[in-house]
Design a protein around this ligand. Structure first.
Ligand code: LLP
Length: 421
């Protein structure tokens, strides 16, 4: 459920009509709903009720300062994967002891930054990384709390580009080698082993793969404890999927996911962390765009929008589906016509969808891409020197621009012409 609904025939974000935001900031823009962000965070938090837990929002899905602060104020921790994300979390006021540092290639500089600034734990993904963190921690006279990310060799049954839990993926260490790797970690004086980490992929629409992975983690917890390690925290990753195509998908709910966690690892007495991104921010955002032209092609019609692949790359990159709906509600029973919906960028890949049935639309009409709050703005670029589009946060009947559209001068002035030119 989200808070983008038609009221009196106009699509609203909470109590704000989207055309009012368009009039203030121009199109295209991203618009996020505070009520939806809050609701989704609480669903996870409540799903783990009764267990010692921390929901660490995966900032990579949407790392705007206002989004982070909204969630942090509710008590969320953060899952960060770069020095930049760490800095963003701290700038939004998140205390270090609520920040989990993930990622397969943390640099020494990033380790130093998090160790000195404060960090809940590092999720370590390889032995060379473990050695590096040990050296950095010792050089600072500190001890780094760590989990090791294990790769459980489970098929997440999701898009190949976002599956991470099979043995051929670059993530984590093979679970079969875990005892050996933990023994190595325990021998390094700059590290303190505190738990186990796992994340098998993103946009999972079934619970089965989570169950397989978490049962393996439960077995490993017992084995590592028997080896003498103090395993007191399990980071179970993110990945629960959302219904991108509302008419025909219903992924499991956070409450069902929470029950699965309790069933699989609940008896171990461990503190539980989860790292959801998409399910918190995805349906909390839409991207609103204007139809520039309706063009008749050879046997097909194109809706040419002012948004493009640089603004929302998921369809071009993963063949991802997004619901696209008119901002002005179509009349009931309005005739549907198939359109290819495209952006203005000079490549055929700049296609959001092909032959999608849409109600009648004309130049100047606005459409909203649903489920665009996660992996939308954060993956955007200035390709074709198109400015990053503004982000707006709605809260009841208020809205605020939380990232403004840069001017052409601001974009151009980031370049420098060398003295010899
Ligand atoms: N934890 C780790 C270690 C991750 O790698 C990820 C996502 C998450 C948590 C959050 O997963 P979520 O709950 O959002 O599914 N750009 C792609 C998604 C990439 C996901 C990468 N890792 C997309 O647009 O679908």
């Amino acid at each position: 459920m989200d808070h983008f609904l038609y009221r009196d025939g106009i699509l609203h974000a909470e109590d704000v009509p989207l055309p009012q935001i368009a009039a203030a900031v121009g199109t295209p823009f991203y618009c996020y709903s505070t009520a939806t962000l809050t609701r989704h965070f609480k669903l996870f938090d409540e799903a783990l009720d009764g267990m010692d837990h921390l929901v660490c929002y995966a900032m990579k899905s949407n790392s705007n300062q206002a989004v982070i602060k909204t969630l942090a104020d509710l008590g969320a921790g953060m899952d960060v994967v770069s020095g930049g994300e760490y800095a963003r979390a701290r700038a939004a006021g998140v205390p270090g002891d609520r920040i989990v540092f993930s990622g397969v290639g943390k640099t020494r500089e990033e380790m130093r930054m998090a160790l000195t600034g404060g960090v809940r734990q590092f999720n370590i993904e390889s032995e060379p990384e473990m050695e590096a963190l040990n050296q950095v921690a010792l050089s600072l006279g500190l001890v780094a709390p760590i989990t090791v990310r294990v790769n459980p060799d489970v098929d997440a049954k999701t898009h190949e580009k976002i599956a991470t839990g099979k043995s051929e993926n670059k993530f984590g260490i093979p679970i079969a080698r875990a005892r050996e790797v933990y023994a190595h970690a325990a021998a390094l004086p700059g590290l303190k082993v505190i738990g186990i980490d796992v994340h098998i992929g993103s946009q999972l629409t079934e619970l089965g793969p989570f169950e397989q992975a978490y049962l393996k983690v439960a077995d490993l917890t017992r084995a590592l404890r028997a080896d003498g390690h103090d395993i007191r925290r399990l980071d179970l990753g993110g990945g629960l999927g959302i219904p991108y195509e509302r008419s025909n998908s219903a992924p499991p709910l956070p409450v069902e996911y929470g029950a699965l966690i309790k069933r699989t690892v609940g008896d171990l007495g461990c503190e539980i962390e989860i790292e959801p991104g998409r399910l918190i921010s995805g349906n909390a955002g839409v991207m609103v765009s204007d139809v520039i032209y309706v063009k008749s092609g050879e046997g097909r019609n194109f809706l040419i929008l002012d948004a493009a692949m640089n603004d929302l790359i998921r369809p071009a990159m993963y063949g991802a589906y997004h619901d696209i709906i008119p901002v002005i509600e179509p009349a009931p029973g309005a005739e549907q016509t198939p359109y290819d919906i495209v952006g203005p960028v000079c490549e055929s890949g700049d296609t959001f969808t092909k032959q999608r049935d849409m109600p009648p639309l004309a130049a100047g009409d606005m459409v909203a891409f649903r489920s665009a709050g996660a992996y939308g703005a954060v993956m955007s670029s200035e390709y074709n020197t198109r400015p990053l589009i503004p982000e707006v946060l709605v809260h009841g009947d208020q809205f605020a621009v939380i990232r403004a559209r840069p001017t052409f001068d601001e974009m151009i002035n980031r370049d420098t012409i060398p003295a010899w030119l």
